[in-house]
Design a protein around this ligand. Structure first.
Ligand SMILES: [Zn+2]
Length: 53
């Protein structure tokens, strides 16, 4: 199964694509890497990339 790399804003009615340019913060948690993306609409979308073991 292919991993879906496309990322869109979480805000209702806003399906703007988010890219590395919108990535404001990257940090590690025990569950994996988290990335915070700030959309131009002002909404912040958090993603979690599960750690590969
Ligand atoms: Zn948005």
């Amino acid at each position: 199964m292919l991993k879906d790399l496309s990322l869109t804003c979480d805000a209702d009615g806003c399906d703007q694509t988010l890219s590395d340019a919108e990535c404001m913060l990257v940090y590690e948690t025990p569950e994996g890497e988290r990335r915070a993306y700030e959309c131009s609409c002002g909404s912040v979308t958090i993603t979690v990339v599960r750690a590969q073991r």
